[in-house]
Design a protein around this ligand. Structure first.
Ligand code: C2E
Ligand code: MG
Ligand code: MG
Length: 920
């Protein structure tokens, strides 16, 4: 039993020894854990103690036992101060390295006294072997130093354990549990050691400490593994603090109360100066601290005020550094200061850049050429620029803060609400503010977002009002006639197309009317441009009054109006409307001191019968108009298919005319003119004829107008002049006669500017005496462009050539016009001559004309005499000459009676019978 107990103790002691070595080496390997070295030393001490005790138990002699007991003391003295140092380091309270060796003074002295053993007797006063049962145990009597050392050792153990517990008591539970287990592990052997010292043991003199160490090792291992004693430990936070200090961007400077630098972290070192180690220097030698006003501040003043400081670092003037000072320690016993430095150079630069960008944006916002306002989620205006306020006609102050309502945002309101749902929308249209004028705005309303979604919106508005007005004006100018305000040709086409589209869809028809004022040019000259303009203006209003709503009246040329008349039931309805239109202008007008009648020619075409589209309908209405005009005007004419053929014919004639002269197809026929006084032949009127290769003989009516329109009249006129002069000159030369020739010229010939020269040339070339040549111009030709015509006629007369006013009475030349005209003869139009027998009005006009002409010393010719009766009346008035079918039809030169027998040759031309009835 006893042998067994010894073996058990030896084994337990050895387990404790090796276990302690194990724990020591585990702990020593965790160098980052504060105090790990001291804990390793503690357990190494225990290992020595337990190992030596096992050897002592196994030794038989007193000397051997004493030797091992001395070795054991090496461990006994090392463990307690090491434990204390471990605990202090572990909770971050490690004293200075200069103090720590002193903790080992008493243990060292103890060891010395133990080695000297009973020789000094301070620790061991006596050693001997005593039998305890079957066991021979070393017994030691202790000297006074032993008790000092024991008390010291226990004090170290107790202090260390207390530190460890207190150091973690306010920390996490895990740490508290660790500390308790570690303290238990540390104290357990010492408790048993006390029991041993006071011999409260089962076997007398048997030391219980080593077996307790075995238990202690178990607890320690449990603390290490289960409670992660060295994974989570109190100084971890301190280590973290150090790491943070090292890694942080702000510089941290710790000084003592006098301002001597105790420590600087890396960032502070960089800021202060990278090269020099500033620890130990006075802070004021390294940097200067100033407040916002530039006054220098001491550490104490800065710490009291706790305001931000500007820090100027020597040799680092470009950097902008801010600092904050905090006192270290407790109230009443301050230890020093902590100065935190922050390099704000970049931040300041960014702030400045931001401020200037904000300023730019502000200027842009305020002075922007577009109006802007910002509103919040309640549709309340938070900002607006001057332009917007001006646009709304209220002050900026009044608008900001107000809520968007129908009164101030009208048509925009729904777009502003849409933006609050995160959608951007645009608005382009009229905008009305209560009590203000209508604006045309183009707006873009966009949402403004925060992290939580739309928080409001921003509206950017362009004021397009003046642009829109200008556009409307331009549109008006582009599509309306300025004189009458009626739509012009472009707009007419649009309206016509639109009406045709609608008619196509609705299955209805559209009538198009083109109205031309008869002989407007002449009228214009007669009443003056101003009055003519007034007439056109009034006509426009009358036409507008006549047509229905939805009809269009347009002015498409000087004296040409157009009417788009949708939903016309049939041709008859269109004609009824046409009659109303013509009736509107056919009345006596009194304007500008003139009294006159106006008539018009109206051409009508009906969609879909007379044209498939606007173009065709316009062309056909134009043809119908031409027909109405050609028929003498003051009438309306519906388009019919034959007009298309006419158009084709016109084109064919125009082209044929180009080669007619060269190919000798033109000819001149002559109509004799006789004296009403004695019946003698006085002259001939030259009338052009065209021997058309396919159509046969064509009269001037079928090609002169076309030649005029196509600009070919000049060549034809000159050819006729030359031909007529040549033939008459030849005739005169042959027969010794003095036959006169009258050549018809068109207004274009008159105004060409070359007429006098051409005439002079022809006269010279043909040898015809100038007084034997007459040129005939219609009344209309002379009145239009009156001044230019008169000038040209003067030149002609200067050559000795006479001028005849043809077809007098058909135009608007009033009798009074005759006064100033450079003419020699007037030819009364056939229509008057034909009517003067039965129409008193016509007869009185003829009478007035003859009398006036004679008073102006102008000769008078009556043309178109077909019956003797028609010759009688003019003759009775004293009319000088006559021509007409009664005397002779126009005939070629070789068969014209006037060429063969002239002067009293009336018998020869078959006029003798009726001449005698006139008493000639
Ligand atoms: P005008 O100068 O008034 O010529 C008279 C026209 O009346 C001629 O028609 C003539 O044939 C016709 N006529 C003469 N007596 C009678 C009559 O008793 N009864 C009827 N019903 N008609 C009569 P024409 O030759 O067809 O010429 C028509 C117009 O063509 C001329 O009217 C003239 O203005 C123009 N014209 C003829 N030749 C030329 C020409 O070479 N150059 C220019 N520019 N115009 C011409
Ligand atoms: Mg004539
Ligand atoms: Mg005539």
């Amino acid at each position: 039993m006893i042998i067994n107990l010894l073996e058990v103790f030896v084994v337990l002691s050895l387990i404790a020894a090796f276990g302690s070595i194990g724990v020591a080496s585990i702990v020593a390997s965790r160098r980052s854990v504060p105090g790990s070295g001291y804990l390793a030393a503690t357990f190494l001490g225990c290992a020595v103690w337990c190992g030596a005790y096992a050897a002592e138990l196994m030794s038989a002699s007193l000397d051997a036992k004493v030797f091992w007991a001395k070795v054991a003391y090496v461990g006994i003295v090392i463990a307690p101060p090491s434990w204390l140092l471990f605990a202090a380091a572990h909770v971050g309270l490690l004293p200075s390295r200069r103090i720590t060796p002193f903790l080992y003074v008493i243990p060292a002295a103890t060891l010395v006294f133990v080695v000297l053993a009973t020789d000094v007797g301070l620790v061991w006063s006596q050693t001997y072997i005593a039998s305890s049962g079957a066991l021979d145990m070393l017994v030691v009597d202790h000297g006074s130093w032993f008790w000092l050392h024991t008390v010291y050792s226990y004090a170290c153990m107790a202090a260390g354990s207390t530190l460890l517990i207190l150091g973690v008591v306010r920390q996490v539970r895990a740490l508290t549990l660790q500390a308790v287990v570690m303290v238990l592990a540390a104290l357990l052997p010492w408790v048993t050691n006390v029991l041993t010292i006071f011999q409260i043991v089962p076997v007398y003199h048997l030391d219980l400490t080593p077996p307790a160490f075995a238990l202690s090792i178990l607890l320690m291992l449990m603390a290490l593994w289960r409670l992660e004693a060295f994974e989570i430990f109190p100084a971890m936070v301190t280590i973290a603090h150090h790491t943070v200090l090292r890694e942080m961007q702000d510089g941290v400077v710790v000084t003592d109360l006098r301002g001597r630098i105790l420590s600087v972290n890396e960032a502070a070192q960089q800021l202060l100066t990278a090269k020099r180690n500033v620890a130990g220097e006075l802070l004021e030698d390294v940097l200067t601290m100033t407040d916002g006003d530039g006054n220098t501040r001491t550490l104490e003043a800065a710490a009291q005020e706790r305001d931000g400081l500007h820090v100027l670092i020597e040799g680092h003037s470009a950097a902008m550094i801010e600092g904050v000072v905090t006192r270290l320690g407790r109230v009443g016993s301050w230890r020093g200061y902590v100065l935190v430095l922050r390099d704000v150079t970049e931040r300041e630069a960014t702030t400045r850049a931001l401020r200037s960008s904000e300023e730019r944006l502000r200027v842009l916002f305020d002075k922007s050429p577009v109006a802007v306002f910002v509103y919040d989620a309640d549709l309340r205006v938070t900002e607006c620029n001057d332009l917007l306020a001006k646009l709304l006609g209220i002050s900026r102050e009044a608008f900001v803060g107000s809520k968007l309502t129908v009164a101030n945002a009208s048509s925009l309101l729904s777009y502003c609400e849409t933006a609050l749902r995160g959608e951007t929308s645009t608005f382009d249209g009229p905008f009305r503010i209560e009590g203000g004028e209508e604006l045309w705005l183009q707006c873009r309303v966009s949402p403004l977002f925060s992290d939580d979604g739309p928080t409001g919106g921003m509206c950017v508005a362009w004021d397009l009002t003046s642009a829109k007005r200008a556009e409307a004006l331009i549109e008006r100018l582009a599509f309306h006639d300025t004189l009458t305000g009626l739509p012009n040709r472009s707009l007419l086409r649009d309206r016509l197309r639109q009406a045709i589209d609608e008619a196509e869809q609705g299955g209805t028809s559209v009538a198009l009317g083109l109205l031309d004022i008869d002989r407007f040019k002449t009228l214009n000259e007669a009443i003056g441009h101003g009055t003519a303009d007034e007439l056109l203006h009034r006509l426009a209003r009358r036409f507008e009054a006549v047509v229905r709503r939805g009809d269009t009246v347009a002015r498409v040329a000087g004296d040409e109006f157009a009417f788009v008349l949708p939903s016309m039931a049939d041709t008859a309805a269109a004609l009824r409307m046409g009659e109303q239109i013509l009736g509107a202008l056919r009345e006596t007008w009194e304007l500008g001191g003139h009294t006159f009648t106006v008539t018009g020619s109206l051409g009508l075409a009906l969609y879909p019968y007379d044209g498939e589209d606007a173009f065709e309908l316009l062309e056909n209405a134009e043809r119908a108009l031409r027909r109405a005009r050609d028929a003498g005007g003051d009438r309306q004419q519906f388009y019919d298919l034959s007009m298309n053929l006419e158009a084709a014919e016109r084109l064919e004639i125009e082209q044929g005319l180009r080669t007619a002269i060269a190919e000798g197809q033109l000819d001149v026929h002559y109509e004799p003119q006789i004296s009403l006084e004695d019946g003698s032949v006085r002259g001939v009127e030259a009338l052009v004829r065209w021997h058309h290769p396919e159509r046969g003989l064509l009269m001037p009516a079928s090609f002169i107008a076309i030649a005029e329109d196509s600009g070919q009249i000049g060549r034809i006129g000159e050819w006729v002049l030359r031909q007529a002069c040549t033939q008459v000159a030849n005739c005169n030369a042959k027969g010794g006669s003095e036959l006169r020739v009258a050549v018809n010229l068109s207004p274009r010939d008159l105004l060409s500017g070359t007429l006098p020269a051409t005439i002079a040339d022809v006269l010279a070339a043909t040898g015809l005496a100038p007084h034997l040549l007459e040129i005939e111009l219609t009344e209309t030709a002379v009145i239009t462009e009156l001044e230019a015509s008169c000038r040209a006629l003067e030149h002609v007369r200067d050559l000795g050539v006479s001028v005849v006013l043809d077809d007098f009475g058909t135009g608007y030349a009033s009798l009074s016009h005759l006064h100033g005209l450079p003419i020699d003869k007037v030819k009364i139009d056939r229509s008057f001559v034909a009517r003067c027998e039965e129409d008193e009005g016509a007869a009185s006009i003829v009478a007035a004309l003859v009398s006036l002409a004679h008073s102006l010393h102008l000769r008078v010719v009556a043309e178109g005499i077909e019956t003797p009766g028609q010759a009688k009346f003019p003759r009775s008035l004293g009319c000088d000459e006559a021509q007409g079918y009664l005397i002779s039809h126009p005939a070629p030169a070789d068969s014209c009676p006037a060429f063969t027998c002239w002067q009293r040759s009336t018998v020869a031309i078959g006029a003798s019978s009726w001449l005698s009835s006139l008493d000639v």
